[in-house]
Write a protein that binds this ligand. Structure first.
Ligand code: NAP
Length: 378
């Protein structure tokens, strides 16, 4: 099963909304016969890929796969009947398919006389595909919040300067995350302060060849801008396709100006009556809208108010925080923003609590902390 997960990870680039799946076929004595993987929407599922690699007879063999073989007609025909017809004696499954209407493969195989075992390394298998499971089970993208801060937790100076708090290696790493995750979101405040492009800019390969062409790996850009007042000249609109999350009653001339730049407004309900959120679009409604578009993961890249809104909504699955060896200091108006704005919590017991997912890592001169909510199911 662990080999299935390794194979699954060999799929290049983004394959959303599909899960990462690998498959191993062994003979009755446990000797490897064939391996396969799923390479993305429209391509063979891992079981079919492995059976094709096997070419011939699978009679008496055992097939391992981390996700239940599907029993429905999607972009490709269902896998479970193909597996049953191959003659395998036994199928070992990590977890059942959580997508409504997609499961049933295990039952179909049992009915065909194949011995089926499910739930093997289930927790590890679910964690491995936690982006897919979050999307399929919770109807929202998996949310990664990234910020670069000083030793005293600031993301900008009092005058608004934020470039650059983290060093070059940290910024290069953050660009690889942009290339891996499906979408990227910032608040209107960050568009005004930093005028970011939100594209992927990876350093050239070591052999001197250029990095990936611009646009091929860019995530879907999302700007939270309730009234649609981001300047149409902002760099984030230089390439078409940016999504602007705005209120349903946004002024038509704002919508027209955004559309003229190739941006697409998403009209959303307001955040429920919470102090500090009044009049702003609902983060949860935005996430539902992104999930419906098949976007399974979202990188939140600032600023302070947006971070507060995502944390308050309880939808942050992972924090990736760079801490740079700088101190800005200051109090009140002489202080820059800390990485989380909003109204703050008054009781320690109500503070969202996180745990380290991995040991702190030094990246250049910065320290990377990767954390998940203490109550996370992964
Ligand atoms: N160091 C870093 O990692 C980093 C990264 C990014 C930004 N920054 C810095 O962060 C600062 C900007 O942060 P900021 O807090 O002023 O702005 P922000 O968080 O980027 O944007 C906040 C704005 O987003 C809009 N918004 C829409 N829906 C929202 C919701 N549900 N919750 C919260 N906001 C919502 C609101 O404007 P409307 O009410 O008009 O909708 C709000 O004023 C800048 O100084 C920038 O340089 C630093």
């Amino acid at each position: 099963m662990r080999r299935c997960l390794e194979l699954a990870d060999a799929a290049p680039g983004r394959i959303a909304p599909n899960p990462r799946v690998g498959c191993v076929i062994v003979d009755a004595r446990g000797r490897l016969l064939a391996e396969g993987l799923h390479r993305g929407p429209g391509t063979a599922h891992a079981e079919v890929d492995a059976l094709r690699a096997l070419g011939g007879e699978a009679r008496g063999a055992t097939l391992y796969v981390n996700l239940e073989p599907c029993a429905h007609h999607g972009r490709t025909p269902p896998c479970a009947p193909v597996v049953a017809a191959s003659g395998v004696a036994r199928v070992v499954i990590g977890v059942l398919d959580p997508v409504p209407g997609h499961g049933g493969g295990a039952r179909l195989l049992r009915r065909a006389g194949v011995a089926v075992k499910t739930g093997v390394l289930a927790a590890e298998v679910r964690r491995h595909n936690r982006i897919f499971f979050t999307w399929a089970e919770q109807g929202r993208p998996y949310v990664v919040l990234k910020a670069a801060m000083t030793l005293d937790g600031k993301i900008a100076t009092a005058s608004g300067q934020s470039r650059w708090i983290s060093g070059e290696p940290a910024r290069a790493l953050a660009h690889t995350w942009r290339a891996q995750l499906e979408a990227i979101a910032v608040g209107r405040g960050t568009v005004l302060a930093d005028d970011p492009r939100l594209t992927v800019r990876l350093p050239p390969e070591r052999d001197g060849a250029a990095g990936p062409a611009r646009g091929t790996t860019d995530p879907v850009r999302v700007i939270l801008d309730s009234h649609g007042t981001s300047p149409p000249g902002a760099k984030v609109f230089d390439t078409p396709g940016a999504l602007v999350a705005c209120r349903r009653d946004v002024a038509p001339r704002r919508v027209a100006a955004l559309r003229a730049r190739g941006a697409e407004p998403i009209f959303l309900p307001l955040q429920g009556g919470r102090a500090g959120g009044a009049g702003r679009v609902s983060v949860k409604a935005l996430l539902r809208a992104l999930a419906k578009r098949g976007l399974t993961s979202l990188l939140v890249e600032g600023g302070a108010e947006l971070h507060a809104a995502f944390l308050a909504a309880g939808v942050v699955d992972e924090l990736r925080l760079f801490v740079a060896p700088l101190v800005l200091g200051g109090q009140g108006t002489s202080a820059g923003p800390s990485w989380v704005g909003g109204i703050g919590v008054s009781a320690l017991a109500r503070a969202p609590r996180f745990v380290l997912s991995a040991p702190p890592q030094q990246v250049g001169d910065d320290v990377l902390l990767v954390l998940r909510p203490a109550a996370a199911i992964w």
